[in-house]
Design a protein around this ligand. Sequence first.
Ligand code: HEC
Length: 107
Amino acid sequence: MKKAIVSAVVGLAVVAGSAMAADGAGIFKSKGCGACHKPAAKSVGPSLKDIAAAYKGKEGDLIKFLKGEAPAIVDPAKFGIMKSQLAKTKALSDGDLKALADFIMNH
Ligand code: HEC
């Protein structure tokens, strides 16, 4: 029993470690998100700055949105365009999602 707890804790530490190592900017780029999201100017989608402002203090909700578990709050009328993109973010590991959300929130 004790051994199980120890290995669970070690497992969590490994997950946390890989979350810190994941490269949010690289994921954003490789998934093609930048085609519709610019750092500060609105383009096809809202700017990263506007997204970060809408999710200020609610990074958990942003991760939920990227998992397809929470509704759009920035520009719901245009969610139809973003919806198909969620297939890419839903497939990410929790560590990668956290890194991606951190990257967005730092705008
Ligand atoms: C084809 C254009 C397009 C691409 C590519 C795209 N998005 Fe979007 N995105 C949009 C549009 C349009 C909106 C506004 C609708 C909305 O708010 O959901 C949006 C909104 C968002 C939001 C705000 C959600 C909210 O609460 O309203 C986030 C976060 C986001 N995108 C992240 C991403 C990430 C991460 C990627 C890359 C995997 C990505 N987008 C790729 C068009 C795109």
